[in-house]
Design a protein around this ligand. Sequence first.
Ligand code: AMP
Length: 279
Amino acid sequence: MLLVKTKEELQQKLGSFREFGTVGFVPTMGALHSGHLSLVEKAINENQVVVVSIFVNPTQFNDSKDLERYPRTLESDLKLLKSTGCQFVFAPGVNEIYPKPDRRIFNFGTLDSVMEGKHRSGHFNGVAQVVSRLFEIVKPDKAYFGLKDFQQLAIIKNLVVQLKLPVEIVSCPIIREESGLAMSSRNELLTTEERENAALISRTLFLAKNFVAEKSVEQLVHWVLKTINKNSFLTVEYFEVVDDTRLKPIKSWSEKNTKIGCIAVFCGKIRLIDNIILN
Ligand code: AMP
């Protein structure tokens, strides 16, 4: 496994590998856990060469405190990645990705105006900036993203269409801790007590799925908010039921689309997200 810090070195070293087959790419912000590793393993199974990037992208943070406290654990990340058998780790500095400020403004229409887009203004524009820069550098055949960040996946699929990029986007299932809590680098910032209480988020989502037959969409949303907010460690920022492609709010279970319940919850200062397919 080779650790590479500059785009020139990556492109040069990757060049000789390309002729052997497809390049799989897993973009991450590091502080790796089994959720990330599941993407890397899938990429290894489906490609001859795999590049994992580790880059905490400043342009997608709309809260400077969140950026400051984001965990950075390169040493242990490299150990974990070595055990997967991936060939390249690309860990660039900020100047390598943004030699000059990226002023591009993307338009994702309604995909960006709900949920994460609504509550984290500019977040997905920053995600689009970094992902398009990374795609330009790595030029992958396939790129792997987790369904944990459901709205991000929808945005990236749209980005690839808008920019006509020749890359296949592969979605990967949510990996959870034993308690059901969706794995996240941010879980490391929770105290033991907070982490135990945060498991109520996924427990409530799993139960919500069983209630679809007996509650209206509105009643279900109300029940989820009430159940989680009753816990003194947790405050729900939003819980929305949307369709899985256009992310339009669902009003009735009789609508034909696949329906997905997406949630963001503050556990103390730490913001956690999760989602569940409801039908
Ligand atoms: P991040 O480092 O948080 O930017 O995540 C990098 C990639 O890993 C994204 O595509 C995430 O959706 C994915 N990911 C993060 N957590 C999980 C998880 N618990 N299960 C599956 N994929 C995940």
